[in-house]
Ligand binder design. Structure first.
Ligand code: UT7
Length: 325
């Protein structure tokens, strides 16, 4: 094929959510908040919280199994596992190697990627580059998070916002036509000068190991819509596309008001935006693959659809990606 290109094509996807659902009313029995405040300010109605056995590796492996099953590929065919998380099982070894062992993906190299809520887009970008370089044939990109373990339940401004879960995609190297499926481009950014508006206040290697999530919500919010709108415009411009060409926006699910703000700036009608924040809350690196998995499973996102992804999180880190299914 004269005009064929090598692309990272999504061949499988899966998600995992912990069994335990915690509603806003249940949260309001734990902290001084209300269902009304949480819904009005964030759109969140419930979140899933992990049980003791539902670690990042457990949930990530479950999501990855579903992605492999959809692709119809054995675990041995996976060449690399990239696991984006801020809540790893351990400081080391990487949570990704526990997933590798659980899957029996004996031919894969495996590593974790730390980019907070932007972790999935960062992972997608790294996987796309590895596939384009011809380094690997099949890559699992996983977002897996147990934020319930780093929430300060005395801080009502943060503890109501997050939930646990995992999502995984399998990307496979394919020669396709120019208008065929695959990752079209990814666009990554970081600004470490804003590291102190969203962070965890402890880590292995530091004397104070409290390890709770801290956020200046108003500051994060202030940057979010502007930076995300710029990142999605960048992705469209890089591909000579406009918002009219986009079938679905699948944004990171942090806050309904941020999602709506980016959709409005793009001029995308709400019925072309996938929203799961009501049911999942903010699952950080897991939120985009979970939302994508849901919208593909229920038939909204079909083969051939042009999907725009965006995320922003601690770092600050942010980015966007265009993907044809
Ligand atoms: O993945 C990326 C990470 N994070 C984000 O994207 C989050 C970005 N930020 C946000 O989503 C919003 O800033 C929040 C949802 C966190 C907060 O919304 P806000 O409209 O910025 O509220 P605020 O922080 O300005 O607080 C307004 C009021 C305050 O009371 P006073 O001082 O006005 O009396 C807070 O104490 O709401 C109070 N408040 C609450 N009330 C009930 C804060 N948290 C709660 C709560 N329940 N859970």
């Amino acid at each position: 094929m004269a005009d064929s290109v090598q692309r990272a094509v999504l061949t499988g996807i899966g998600g995992y959510l912990p069994e335990t659902v915690v509603t806003n009313d249940e949260m309001s029995r734990r902290v001084d908040t209300s269902d009304q405040w949480i819904v009005e300010r964030t759109g969140i109605r419930q979140r899933h919280f992990a049980a003791a056995h539902e670690s990042a590796s457990f949930m990530g492996a479950s999501a990855a199994r579903a992605a492999l099953a959809m692709a119809g590929l054995p675990a041995e065919s996976v060449g690399a596992i990239i696991l984006a998380t801020s809540t790893p099982d351990q400081a080391f070894p990487a949570t990704a190697v526990h997933v590798q062992a659980a899957l029996g993906a004996v031919n894969a190299f495996a590593f974790d990627l730390a980019a907070a809520c932007s972790g999935f887009i960062y992972g997608l970008s790294v996987a796309d580059a590895m596939i384009r370089a011809g380094q690997v044939q099949h890559v699992l990109v996983i977002g897996a998070e147990v934020y319930s373990r780093i929430l300060d339940f005395s801080d009502r401004g943060t503890c109501v916002l997050f939930g646990d879960g995992a999502g995984a995609v399998l990307l496979s190297s394919r020669h396709v036509s120019v208008d065929g499926p695959g990752v079209l481009s990814t666009h990554l950014h970081a600004d470490g000068r804003l590291a102190d508006i969203l962070y965890v206040d402890g880590a292995v290697g530091r004397p104070e190991a409290s390890g709770f999530l801290r956020m200046n919500g108003r500051e994060v919010f202030r940057h979010a819509v502007t930076l995300l709108a710029a990142a999605v415009s960048e992705a469209l411009a890089a591909n000579n596309l406009t918002a009219q060409d986009v079938d679905w926006l699948v944004p990171h699910q942090a806050n309904r008001r941020i999602i709506d703000g980016v959709g409005r700036k793009l001029g995308l009608p709400p019925d072309r935006v996938v929203v799961t924040v009501d049911a999942h809350a903010n699952t950080s690196a897991a939120s985009i693959p979970l939302a994508l998995a849901q919208a593909m499973a229920d038939g909204r996102i079909k083969p051939g659809a042009l999907v725009l992804l965006e995320a922003l999180g601690g770092g600050l880190t942010w980015g966007s990606a265009l993907l044809r299914i």
